[in-house]
Design a protein around this ligand. Structure first.
Ligand SMILES: [Zn+2]
Length: 320
């Protein structure tokens, strides 16, 4: 384990030192595995609050033109890749956790995958590279309960990874994923996610608090209900005075697809019409209020501003 961590720290350090060398995706040959996209973490201020986005790593989708976007043809998706200067059809899917320093201590928004192939599972090493001690996490708040957002709660043998942390979850999300009737009605592809929720939250059972869609979950962090991707999916507004940033979770995933075409939806959206409506509302707000957004599945630095572009929007990434 320690060898793995040392190796990962080395890779993370390299990512920080040479980000320019890693942004070579546009030049690689068709079909090649896209390189990791650095940096390992990105830090910015929201008024007096310090926000640090830390990547857990990424894995590769071999062909995003088929199956990822449910309501677009492979030709349309290929055209979207070309418009974004992304050489397809393989594409990395990153996983990024946001940390906010508050008067209540360090707050984590989601916890990473726990390791799902590729170079994922690097959250703790990259936290240390960012100067964040995992033992200092006082509160974990969750956007939703899909496996890539809650996997990092426990090791594979079920041990709590953040033994000191309290946990706050969206009430609607908790009710859905703990409902035996919903589990019984779920299709074969979705049913295992219910057991995963039980398993990941088990060691924290006495410390799980549930919050309403617009609750202040920690000082300076307000829940913003953004349902559709999952029943209780929630984004978080980090605020201090008039300064604000929106941690959007999976309300918008790959910007080149779902910002540019807010009507498109991925197979992971559990209620597509609601997800599309939520996505449009959120993007309109982010563009109007000119506030930074952070996406769990954006390429690092995973942070930027949203601008209107044609019939949709585009992400203007923060300087990494
Ligand atoms: Zn996700």
């Amino acid at each position: 384990m320690s060898t793995t961590r040392r190796t990962t720290i080395g890779a993370a350090t390299m990512l920080i030192a040479a980000p320019a060398l890693l942004r070579t995706g546009g030049a690689r040959a068709q079909g090649a595995v896209p390189p990791p996209i650095g940096p390992a973490f990105h830090r910015f201020q929201v008024g007096g609050r310090t926000v640090t986005v830390v990547t857990d790593g990424s894995n590769v989708r071999p062909d995003v033109t088929r199956g990822l976007v449910v309501n677009a043809s492979p030709e349309q998706v290929s055209a979207a890749l070309a418009a974004a200067s992304i050489a397809g059809p393989a594409m990395r899917n990153p996983y990024n956790v946001t940390f906010v320093e508050t008067s209540r201590g360090l707050v984590a928004i989601d916890v990473g995958t726990g390791g799902v192939g590729g170079d994922t599972g690097a959250l703790h090493a990259n936290m240390r590279a960012a100067g964040l001690d995992p033992a200092r996490v006082a509160l974990i708040v969750h956007t939703h309960f899909h496996g890539d957002h809650i996997g990092g709660l426990t090791t594979n043998d079920g041990t709590a990874v953040f033994p000191q942390a309290a946990i706050s979850v969206p009430e609607r999300e908790w009710v859905f994923w703990t409902d035996a009737g919903e589990e019984a009605r779920a299709n074969d592809a979705r049913r295992p996610a219910f057991a995963n929720v039980r398993r990941r939250f088990a060691p924290y059972a006495q410390r799980v608090m549930r919050f309403a869609p617009d609750a202040e979950v920690a000082p300076g962090i307000r829940a913003v209900g953004t349902p559709g991707h999952s029943p209780g999916h929630t984004s978080f507004l980090v605020h201090d005075g008039t300064a604000q940033a929106l941690i959007i979770g999976d309300a918008v995933t790959t910007p080149a697809f779902f910002m540019v075409n807010p009507d498109w939806y991925p197979g992971f959206d559990m209620d597509p019409p609601t997800a599309v409506e939520t996505r449009k509302r959120l993007l309109d707000r982010a563009a109007t209020e000119r506030m930074p957004v952070v996406g769990y599945h954006f390429d690092m630095p995973a942070t930027g501003r949203v601008e209107r572009a044609g019939a949709g929007y585009r992400l203007v990434p923060a300087a990494g």
